[in-house]
Design a protein around this ligand. Structure first.
Ligand code: SF4
Ligand code: SF4
Length: 89
């Protein structure tokens, strides 16, 4: 599952630098998570780092993006493989 930031976000900017996939960015009103980049931190950490640091606990599971741990691991591998291949192409 990718995670999603609710409108309780106070735009504190603490989560953005913690994301190992660069999935978090500042949206029009609150911070947002790109579901194509969020692996729930699978492959990098045991727990979602953004959830760990958010002071108002406004980061939850996105009910529209349900993925198994295997799918998240595959996404992580696709993201990291792509990053490694990019300089050679
Ligand atoms: Fe980034 Fe991990 Fe949060 Fe997903 S769960 S947005 S990968 S820090
Ligand atoms: Fe919003 Fe929480 Fe991220 Fe702060 S840490 S910007 S409150 S989602």
């Amino acid at each position: 599952m990718a995670l999603i930031i609710t409108d309780e976000c106070i735009n504190c900017d603490v989560c953005e630098p913690e994301c190992p996939n660069g999935a978090i960015s500042q949206g029009e009103e609150i911070y947002v998570i790109n579901p194509n980049l969020c692996t729930e931190c699978v492959g990098h950490y045991d727990t979602p780092q953004c959830v760990e640091v958010c002071p108002v606990n406004c980061i939850i599971t996105n009910p529209d993006v349900i993925e198994s741990r295997e799918q998240l691991l595959a996404k992580y591998q696709a993201l990291t493989t792509g990053a490694e291949r990019a300089p050679r192409e």
